[in-house]
Design a protein around this ligand. Sequence first.
Ligand code: ZN
Ligand code: ZN
Length: 357
Amino acid sequence: MLAAVMEEIGKPLVVKNMPDPELTPDGVIIKVEANGICRSDWHLWQGHFDWVGLKMQLPHIFGHELSGVIIEVGKNVKNFKKDDRVVVPVSGGDGVCEMCRRGHQNLCDHGQTPGVAYWGGFGQYVHVPSADFNLALIPDNVDFIEASAIGCRFATAFHGVLDRAKVQGGEWVVVTGCGGVGLSAIQISAAVGANVIAVDIDDKKLEFAKQCGAVAAINSKKQNVPEAVREITKGGAHVSIDALGITATAQSSVLSLRKRGRHLQLGMTSDKEQGFIAYPADLIVATELEIVGSYGSPSYRYADMLEMVDKGIFQPKKLVTQTINVHEVSSVLEAMTNFETTGLTILNKWEQSFITA
Ligand SMILES: [Zn+2]
Ligand SMILES: [Zn+2]
């Protein structure tokens, strides 16, 4: 199969033929139709997250926002059959540990994230383990690009905004960082009736954020974010969401809250912070703030999300700005280094002529 392969950390991906995946009794093999390029791919490509014990074996094939068609089914699989159109939830699990049995598959003791725990959707075919547990059927009216756009960033925002921060209609929500997760959080918060303020350092991204449902935008290079939020909301936001994960964005998010506000940490840190960010502890005590973390999304939530996409309540496709060929994946990762990408980029074209090695 053709794949964009990481042979060395931080070096351009190599497009080449790789061995096809092998079927196991509990797994299925999917022909990938669409796969989103996520900032987590960039983090892993940079060799990040070894501070949480994550280290990639090389060579490796990324890709954890994938949708496609089942072409082979293991003999123990009961819930899915050949030719089913499916999306692979980002937070795969073993289905048997305590967290999985309690419905928190995103916190599985033996997490099975596609493109991390096993080769993912930067390749043409993917083997999904424990398939009964780690797939969701795509409704007929939802296409592969839209389904893959739910993949990781939209699903992460959905679980964070609705299940963890419990955003409600009428609340003020300030979202910092208008990349894929941030834009998804804006669309989802707006869809449930919240008033959303978008924060970024790039006016172009703020303009796109408004198209995704933000009612106000703040450029943090030009304005003091907590002051501006306080003025717009007359006292501070009910919910702040840091969709980036650096000290500046996490702190300004918390400082933008009103009394009893909730801060949702969605972005994970980079080289500089290596997992640690200082929060304003006295303010958290004195104004009864809540700090909430959220990670991926339980796999059973995909059916709920896909139904809301099917009904037009969510439109993740609006976040998609480009579709690309397999040979363009590496340059998209490179563009992420300086935050040059806008919205979601989806890989959906495979051509042998693009082999680079
Ligand atoms: Zn588990
Ligand atoms: Zn991701």
